[in-house]
Design a protein. Sequence first.
Length: 248
Amino acid sequence: MSWLYTGAMSLNVTPSSALLLFSGGQDSASCLAWALNRYDRVETIGFEYGQRHEVEMRARLDVRRRMAALDPEWARRLGDDHVVDLTGYGMLAESALTADRAIEMDTSGLPSTFVPGRNLVFLTVASALAYRRGHSVMVGGMCETDFSGYPDCRRETLDALQASLTLGLECEMTIETPLMALTKAQTWELAQALGGDRLVELIRIYTHTCYRGDRDALHVWGYGCGDCPACELREAGWHAWQSMGANP
């Protein structure tokens, strides 16, 4: 049986709501479709942290609008979008994503695209909004299968943060990571299962993943420079999915 139909990946709707960390990239767009199938109300939050590929911030609203147009029920469930200015944090946590630096491996063993504590900061800030908006669930596109070396993408890190937020807010706070155990090929497969060819095409054309912000070249797997780590993962996942017999 395919991984897609296990109980952990059930597409059944539950009478609840969620706040989704939404960058406008492939992973967060796939998570948005997943959440819209699962929750009665889904709000989104994005962060301006001085990223060089700020084209993703322009992609966010376009992807949201097009996602809602795919399904009237998705449109009904999709709630407000929120954007938080974290440029001060981005300056403190300078990386190849926020400064004009080469994308390479650092002496620490981590890629130079690592923004220290980014997911911890994003989820902590998002939890304040979730608390005020009545969400007990936050959803993020973190993944440790296609692991880039980022320690804040590990499920054990997020479990620790989830426990801390629950204690600090004195209410149950759950961090859902539907892509955590999936390869990029399986992420494309998930999109196909959730929204068919139209969702796959939306993600391929309108989401943005490239670290360099390149929207000039359209490849079979989407726009991007083709040689940054994000593009390489996305391209490899697309071709692996195609080799599995996908029919986008």
